[in-house]
Design a protein around this ligand. Structure first.
Ligand code: AMP
Ligand code: MN
Ligand code: MN
Ligand code: MN
Length: 275
């Protein structure tokens, strides 16, 4: 069975609509797909209609932006209930914060001599409530400030660079509560990507377990094969299950296409075994 439990649509920073995403997943042989838009669940209903037409098993998901100590983390919720009021309200609050962050990012870029970036980013954001750094990145590529989005992130959109502004995302405990309260499973997304040393990783995992976390994303487009092994070991040590997903955003963006998800290392307990 081909499983992909992390993907994005135009409801956040993906390039395909929810229906197109489902179609691409089916054509690439995916049997079970989770749509996990950033801080947004409005794509789940259209994805579900498409999935029913194609006979794809769709898992309702979300990827919540969280602030933990000085680090921004992403927590994926799988098998969530999209009608759970605290989850719906919590995500709406994060999206409102995004709007303010986008304005501050644009001011910061303007101070560095790049004007019009908010309007530019908005043109790429199909969902007006969800302007992300990816939309700014696409605009900065369009206007010739860098060769591709990766280069834009390096030069403009990461800590210390002109378009980066600190932001207070949701608290980890709140995000976990919204997910679990809705009946979902909380997954620590792409842990290898965070700027944390081993001691900090251990502290995060301990807290994640105490808060009722279910799984670690072991296989993801952000991990190297060596990191698959490292995070499989962490998962095992902390009694966590393992998740796997491409983190697909669109054709030609990112490292892995939808469904291009290598098998979990031996010894992992797949988080989807209970779905
Ligand atoms: P935001 O949630 O608005 O801060 O945007 C985060 C998104 O930016 C991530 O989900 C990725 O899609 C994208 N992103 C982050 N870092 C990079 C990078 N180095 N290159 C390309 N895209 C990135
Ligand atoms: Mn993204
Ligand atoms: Mn992420
Ligand atoms: Mn993602």
């Amino acid at each position: 069975m081909k499983v992909d439990l992390h993907s994005h649509s135009t409801c956040s920073d993906g390039l395909l609509g929810p229906g197109e995403l489902v179609e691409r997943a089916v054509l690439r042989g995916v049997d079970m797909l989770a749509l996990t838009d950033h801080d947004e669940i409005s794509g789940l209903a259209p994805a579900r209609s498409a999935a029913a037409q194609w006979g794809l098993r769709l898992i309702d998901g979300v990827e919540i932006s969280v602030q933990w100590e000085d680090t921004t983390l992403h927590i994926v919720g799988l098998n969530i209930n999209p009608d759970h009021a605290p989850l719906v309200e919590g995500l709406a609050a994060i999206r409102a914060g995004r709007e303010q962050r986008a304005q501050r990012m644009a001011e910061s870029l303007a101070a560095a001599g790049i004007s019009g970036s908010l309007e530019g980013a908005r043109r790429y954001a199909k969902n007006p409530e969800l302007v992300s750094r990816s939309h700014f990145a696409r605009y900065l590529v369009e206007t010739g400030h860098a060769r591709d989005t990766n280069a834009v992130f390096r030069a403009y959109l990461t800590p210390g660079k002109p378009g980066y502004v600190p932001h207070q995302w949701a608290a980890l405990a709140d995000a976990m509560q919204w997910i679990k309260g809705s009946g979902g499973l909380a997954v620590l997304a792409h842990p290898g990507r965070y700027p944390l040393n081993q001691q900090q990783c251990e502290r995060l995992l301990k807290e994640f377990v105490e808060l009722g976390g279910a799984a670690v994303e072991v296989v993801t487009g952000s991990h190297t094969p060596e990191e698959f092994i490292i995070w499989a070991r962490y998962a095992k040590r902390y009694g966590l299950r393992a998740s796997a997903g491409s983190d697909f955003h669109g054709p030609g963006e990112g490292y892995r296409d939808i469904g291009n998800v290598p098998v979990l290392p031996a010894g992992c307990v797949p988080v989807w075994s209970s779905f």
